[in-house]
Write a protein that binds this ligand. Structure first.
Ligand code: GTP
Ligand code: SPV
Ligand code: MN
Length: 592
C-alpha cells in the first residue's frame, strides 16, 4: 500500500493517528481497516472472514447470525507461562508473575512485529470497557491483523465511534498491538507495559490472549491502575437477586476460570423459589469503586460473554442456551453435517457423525472429545434473556456480598461466611482450586489462586492483598464476604451438591444474611447456616444428612489445607501483609 497509512482514518485524534502510523510503519500491512462498529461493517467483515476461511457460516435457520471458527491446534487457551508484566522492577510484578525488563521486551517484540503484517490487513479497533459515561470506563485502541479478533471485539466490547466520542482529543487510551505472526508457541508473548498503558500480544489468536480489552486491559492493567486510584478490578461475575417483593440485592463472585461464573451469573431459580429472579450484570469481570454513600459500586466493563461451551445445556444454563442461539461466534466446538454445532453436554443425543474441533471425523465411539474442553462462545450480552437493565448504567450497582469460590473435590464446605472484611480478604487470598482447561497446563491439580486472580493480577500479589485490606477504610458499608464450593465430591467421586440452578439455595442464605434476616452458627472457618435456615425443600436425594456431608469441616483435611497455604505465604513473603499471617494463626488456633 501507499505509505500514507492514515488516508482512510475515521478519527482526527492525533495520538491515535500517531499510534496507528507508527505501528503500521513497523508491521507494514497491505491495508488498514478503521473499524466504526456499524452493522454494515460487521456484515462486510463477516463476509470477508467467510471468504478467507476464518469463519464458517453455520446453519442460519437454526442459528441466525452464528459463525464457526476453528483455532490452531496449538492455540486453544491462555498461556500463563508466556504472559509477562513488564514493570520497571521485577519486585513490582511480584513472585507470581513472569517479569521482563520493558526495554528488552519491547526490543524482542518489535523484532517479531517488523514486517509481520505484510500481505495482511491491519484493523484499528476503538473500544470502550464499561458503559458510556461511567467514571470507571476506559478507552482502548487495539490494532490487530486478525479479522476474528476484530469481529470478536465487536461482540465483547462497546466498539466503534462511541470510543472516539469518549476519548475526544486526549491520549488517555490503552494502546494494544496484536499480531498472530505464524501462531507458533515459540513466538508467543502476551506482554503488559503498565507504565505506558500498552499491551503487545503476538503469536496467538485465542480469546484471552488476543481480545486485549478483556484479561489484559480489564484485569492486568486494570488491577495495576485500581491500586493507584483506589478501586478494585476483579475476576468476578455480578448479579442481581430480585425477591418476590421486588427488593434487589447485588452480589459479585470470584471463581477461577472455568469454575462456574457464567453459570452462576445466569442462574434460574428452582421451582421452590417462586417469585425470585436473577439478573445478570456481568459474567467475568467487575470494576468496583466506593460510592459517595459509602457502598461499593460495580460495573461490568464488557459487552458480551466469552463463555465455556461444553456442559452448557437447557438444564444447566437455559439463559446461556438462549443467548448463544444467534449472533454468536463459536470456537473449537464440533460441527455437524447440517452445519449445526455440537459439544459434550449439549441437550439430546450426540450426532451419529460430525467433525471434531480439529476438523477430523468424529463418532460417538471416538475416544477423544468432539469439542475442545475450552471451546468458547462469544455472544452479545443483549441476547441474554435475564440481562439486568442496570448493566448499561454508568453508576453501577451497590454490592452487598462478595463470594469467593474454588473447585475443590474435598475439604471446602458448600458455604461459609467470613467473620469480617479482613477475614474475608484472608479467605479470598488463600483460595485454592483445581486447575482447568482454560489455561494451557496440567488439569485437576489444586493450586492457590488468590481471589481467582493468580493469572490476572498486574502487580505483586502481596501488595494486591494490602490494597484489598486498605480499601476497607474507604468503604463505610463493606459487602459481607462468603466462600462457596459447588464441586465437593463423595467417596465415589460424585458431586455432593447438585449445583447450577440449585445454587439459588446458597444465594438465598447469603441474601438473608446480608439483609439481617437469618442467624448463623459459628465454625472454625466462619459463619455457617444451620440446617433449618437452609432451604432443602424440593431437593431430590439431598436432605439434612447430605447437607451435613457437604458442610463437614474435617479437621485433618483443614490441617493439611493450612499447611498448604504456607507455600503461598513463603512465596509472597516480601509483600505479605502481616494481618493475613495473623488470620492464618487464628484459623489454626480454631482448628486445634
Ligand atoms: P471462565 O469463562 O473461564 O472464566 O469460566 P466461568 O467461571 O465462567 O465458568 P463456567 O460458568 O463457564 O463453568 C465452567 C464449568 O463448570 C462448566 O463445565 C460447567 O458445567 C461447570 N459448572 C458450573 N457451575 C457448576 C455447578 O454449580 N456445579 C457443577 N458441578 N459444575 C458447574
Ligand atoms: C478465563 O480463562 O478466565 C476466561 C476466558 O474468561 S479468557 O478470555 O480466555 O481468559
Ligand atoms: Mn474468566
Amino acid at each position: 500500500m501507499s505509505t500514507n497509512y492514515l488516508e482512510n482514518a475515521n478519527t482526527n485524534n492525533q495520538h491515535v493517528l500517531k499510534f496507528v502510523r507508527e505501528t503500521a510503519e513497523l508491521c507494514q500491512p497491505d491495508q488498514i481497516h478503521w473499524c466504526d462498529g456499524s452493522e454494515a461493517e460487521k456484515q462486510a467483515l463477516t463476509e470477508d472472514a467467510v471468504a478467507k476461511g476464518v469463519l464458517l457460516k453455520l446453519n442460519q435457520e437454526k442459528l441466525p447470525g452464528c459463525y464457526y471458527h476453528r483455532s490452531s491446534v496449538n492455540d486453544v487457551a491462555r498461556v500463563e507461562q508466556l504472559t509477562f508484566i513488564c514493570t520497571e522492577t521485577a519486585e513490582e510484578a511480584g513472585p507470581t508473575n513472569n517479569w521482563a525488563a520493558p526495554k528488552e521486551m519491547y526490543a524482542k517484540l518489535k523484532g517479531l512485529l517488523a514486517g509481520a503484517m505484510k500481505g495482511r490487513t491491519l484493523y484499528v479497533i476503538p473500544y470502550l470497557m464499561g458503559p458510556l459515561g461511567s467514571s470507571l470506563t476506559k478507552v482502548g485502541i487495539e490494532i490487530t491483523d486478525s479479522i476474528y479478533v476484530a469481529l470478536s471485539m465487536r461482540v465483547m466490547t462497546r466498539m466503534g465511534k462511541v470510543a472516539y466520542d469518549q476519548l475526544g482529543s486526549g491520549d488517555d487510551f490503552n494502546r494494544g498491538i496484536h499480531s498472530m505472526l505464524d501462531i507458533n508457541p515459540d513466538r508467543r508473548y502476551i506482554a503488559h507495559f503498565p507504565l505506558d498503558n500498552t499491551i503487545i500480544s503476538v503469536g496467538s489468536n485465542y480469546g484471552g490472549n488476543v481480545l486485549l480489552g478483556k484479561k489484559c486491559l480489564a484485569l492486568r492493567m486494570g488491577s495495576y491502575l485500581a491500586r493507584k486510584q483506589g478501586w478494585l478490578a476483579e475476576h468476578m461475575l455480578i448479579l442481581g437477586v430480585e425477591s418476590p417483593t421486588g427488593e434487589k440485592t447485588y452480589v459479585a463472585a470470584a471463581f477461577p476460570s472455568a469454575c462456574g461464573k457464567t453459570n452462576f451469573a445466569m442462574l434460574v431459580p428452582p421451582a421452590q423459589f417462586k417469585g425470585w429472579k436473577i439478573w445478570t450484570l456481568g459474567d467475568d469481570i467487575a470494576w468496583m469503586k466506593p460510592g459517595s454513600d459509602g457502598r461499593l459500586y460495580a460495573i461490568n466493563p464488557e459487552n458480551g460473554y466469552f463463555g465455556v461451551v461444553p456442559g452448557t445445556n437447557y438444564k444447566s444454563n437455559p439463559n446461556a442456551m438462549e443467548t448463544i442461539k444467534r449472533d454468536t461466534i463459536y470456537t473449537n466446538v464440533a460441527l455437524t453435517p447440517d452445519l449445526d454445532v455440537w459439544w459434550e453436554g449439549k441437550d439430546g443425543e450426540p450426532p451419529k457423525e460430525c467433525l471434531d474441533w480439529k476438523g477430523q471425523k468424529w463418532t460417538p465411539d471416538s475416544k477423544e472429545k468432539a469439542a475442545h474442553p475450552n471451546s468458547r462462545f462469544a455472544a452479545p450480552m443483549r441476547n441474554n434473556p435475564v440481562l439486568a437493565p442496570e448493566a448499561n448504567d454508568p453508576k453501577g450497582v451497590p454490592i452487598s456480598a462478595i463470594i469467593f469460590g474454588g473447585r475443590r473435590g474435598t475439604t471446602m464446605p458448600l458455604i461459609f461466611q467470613s467473620f469480617n472484611w479482613g477475614h474475608g480478604v484472608f479467605t479470598g487470598a488463600t483460595m485454592g482450586s483445581e486447575t482447568t482447561a482454560a489455561a494451557a497446563h496440567a488439569v485437576g491439580e489444586v493450586r492457590r489462586d488468590p481471589m481467582a486472580m493468580l493469572p490476572f493480577c498486574g502487580y505483586s500479589m502481596g501488595q494486591y492483598f494490602q490494597h484489598w485490606l486498605r480499601m476497607r477504610k474507604f468503604i463505610a458499608v463493606p459487602p459481607s464476604i462468603f466462600h462457596v464450593n459447588w464441586f465437593r465430591k463423595d467417596e465415589k467421586g460424585n458431586f455432593l451438591w447438585p449445583g447450577f440452578g440449585e445454587n439459588m439455595r446458597v444465594l438465598k442464605w447469603i441474601i438473608d444474611r446480608v439483609r439481617g434476616r437469618v442467624g448463623a452458627v459459628e465454625s472454625p472457618l466462619g459463619w455457617v447456616p444451620s440446617v433449618d435456615s437452609f432451604e432443602l425443600a424440593g431437593l431430590k436425594d439431598f436432605g439434612p444428612a447430605e447437607f451435613a456431608q457437604a458442610q463437614a469441616i474435617n479437621v485433618e483435611e483443614w490441617k493439611r489445607e493450612a499447611l498448604s497455604q504456607e507455600e503461598l505465604f513463603f512465596k509472597l513473603y516480601a509483600d505479605m501483609p502481616k494481618e493475613l499471617s495473623y488470620q492464618r494463626e487464628l484459623l489454626i488456633s480454631r482448628l486445634v
